[in-house]
Structure formats: structure tokens, C-alpha cells
Write a protein that binds this ligand. Structure first.
Ligand SMILES: [Mg+2]
Length: 219
């Protein structure tokens, strides 16, 4: 079997991230921003229902009154359209901006988002608009390899925050010294999101999460 192509790992220096302070790597959708709520509003404007009754994305999009979800191709097209034109309309997750602002006093913040490339401009604008002027990396696939490549560039302590268990497990596998935390911003998703608190502390309150991150990177 062919080896997967090596990921291009961005340089912390080029991103303007200091290697003299701990590094906190943070996701956007359902961590810093209320993606499901924003995407749901976008879908409602298009005449679709977004039913959050399971932890899924495209399988949750329905034509009004339909018993079967929309075909995945149409769902994906709507998802791409949302990211190209509307992803700057989502609301910040409650407490996220205040917690990151506090963390940034003593740590570097890097935003690592698995969003399509067409989201880059709007997502960067969204971050700055909400007082999060941190470097943004758009990626795809499990986040362990790219996180390990970033972490390898600093001797400082590191932390990683995401809503998705596969990303958290991937980081634990590829970058075992990095402290991992799960945060699920949307209250409707919280009971549905797979978690493994014994591996990744699950903290859905941002003030509490900020304190736990502080302890992990400075303790
Ligand atoms: Mg996410």
C-alpha cells in the first residue's frame, strides 16, 4: 500500500506563533462557534429542516415533512455553499472569546479548523470580528498528524481542543504529550456527541475549560 502523501506542516515562525510560550490549538465549529445553529439557520432559509436527533451532519438535513434525509450529494453542496458564503454568520460559543482572551495572556493560540478551502477568507474575518485575531489553519482529515507537526516545532507545553472524538484520539495517538480536551458547544448536540472522558476531559463550559487548559499548560 502506498504511503499517504506527507502533509504540508505550516511553520510556527511563519504563522507568527512564538515558540517561547505554551501553544493552545483550538477548533472552530462547535468549539469557538455555534456551527450547527448557524448551518441550521442557513438551511431553513433554503427551505430545509435540520433535525438534530443524532450526531451527524448530512444525514440530518430533510425536506419539510420528509421521512428520509436529503441525499448526501445535495447535503454536501449545501455545506460547501454555507462555507463559501455564510460561515461568518455563526455566533461565537458562549464564553469562548473571554476564555481565549484570558489564555492568550500567557499562551499562543492557533486555530485549526477542518473547513473547506473556500472558507478561509470569511473564517479569518469571523475570528477577527469576534476578537480572536489568531493564526488560522484550514485542514482536512484527522487532526493528529498536522498537530504533531506543529507541536514538534516547540519545546513548550501544548493543548488541543475539539468537539470530535476521532480528532481527539488522532491527536492523542500522534502527539501523546499534548493535553486534549473535548468541548461541545451546542446544547442539543451534547447528549449525542460520543465522548471518552477518561482519555479527553469533556468540559462544555468555556470558563471551566479555560481554567483546565491553564492548569495543563502552566501547572
Ligand atoms: Mg469542530
Amino acid at each position: 500500500m502506498a504511503e499517504p502523501a506527507a502533509l504540508p506542516i505550516p511553520s510556527l515562525d511563519k504563522l507568527g506563533v512564538s515558540r517561547d510560550r505554551p501553544l493552545v490549538i483550538v477548533d472552530v465549529d462547535e468549539v469557538l462557534g455555534l456551527f450547527m445553529k448557524g448551518f441550521g439557520g442557513f438551511l431553513a432559509n433554503r427551505g430545509y429542516d435540520f433535525r438534530i436527533d443524532r450526531f451527524a451532519l448530512f444525514q440530518n438535513i430533510y425536506a419539510p415533512g420528509a421521512a428520509e434525509h436529503l441525499d448526501l450529494e445535495t447535503g454536501r453542496a449545501l455545506f460547501n455553499e454555507f462555507f463559501a458564503g455564510h460561515c461568518a454568520e455563526i455566533e461565537p460559543a458562549p464564553g469562548a472569546v473571554a476564555a481565549l482572551t484570558k489564555l492568550h495572556r500567557r499562551a499562543e493560540i492557533l486555530i485549526l479548523s477542518n473547513a473547506p478551502p473556500q472558507a478561509e477568507t470569511l473564517r479569518g474575518q469571523w475570528l477577527r470580528k469576534h476578537g480572536l485575531p489568531h493564526p488560522l489553519i484550514l485542514s482536512s482529515g484527522p487532526k493528529g498528524p498536522i498537530t504533531a507537526g506543529l507541536v514538534a516545532q516547540t519545546a513548550q507545553r501544548t493543548a488541543f481542543i475539539d468537539d470530535l472524538l476521532p480528532n481527539l484520539d488522532s491527536v492523542a495517538e500522534h502527539s501523546p504529550a499534548t493535553a486534549t480536551f473535548q468541548h461541545v458547544a451546542d446544547e442539543r448536540l451534547r447528549p449525542l456527541a460520543p465522548a471518552a472522558p477518561e482519555r479527553h476531559p469533556r468540559i462544555d463550559d468555556w470558563a471551566e475549560l479555560g481554567e483546565a487548559i491553564e492548569r495543563a499548560i502552566h501547572g
